[in-house]
Ligand binder design. Sequence first.
Ligand code: PGA
Length: 251
Amino acid sequence: MPHDKLIAGNWKMNGDIKLIEEFVKKFPNIKSFQNIEVLICPSFPYLGQAFEAFKRLGIKVGAQDCHYKTNGAYTGDVSSKMIRDLGASYIIIGHSERRDNYQSEDSHIFEKVKRAIDENLTPIICVGENLAERQNNDTEAVLKNQLKIFLKNDLKEVDFVVAYEPKWAIGSGQVASLPEISKTHSLIREIISQAFNMEIERSSRIIYGGSVKPDNSEKILKLEEVDGVLIGGASLDPQDFFSIVKEFKKV
Ligand code: PGA
């Protein structure tokens, strides 16, 4: 069955109770919108409140990371079960800000994806090259390396989302060109299909992230290869975020 398009907001280490309340006041109820799933990923402490507040609007919630183990002596960490208990349905895994800030991140991506799946949470696996890699024409090699986790059979039967987020486009106001986005999304689909040794279903979603704003989202969303967007900055403003959601209705 084809999946709904996904519009996901990543609040990063921003937002608070006031922002949740602002969304409740300003973001229209989208429960009647067809073929679209809208998601906001706030910081851990707000997950429960955001879940309660946003379910009335038709918005799902997700986390920005989880620990790679199920439980144990990991002071300050949060497990996928805890995230599930608070009402989340997705977990972002391997965001480039985490890959950059935490040395061991790359080596734990597969386990984190597994922990998400164990709790029936859909992983949003982030991949993307940095500027130097792009300039050296290394994008394909970088993506192949980041997508190696799909060589394990465990992921063949599960629901997942891959977010292509070129690092140089995140928070920079620079967006990848439309042909670049199409080409790279097709490449990602091909790499995963080859890893699985079969066509991956058209329903597996590959979404784009990196400076998506109300004024560029329509063109991006119109691309056949794009199954949704992951939005940082513009997801912190209920009006901007809703403008992007509205574009989907047009697309
Ligand atoms: P941005 O962030 O929309 O602010 O570029 C995207 C992301 O980091 O997921």
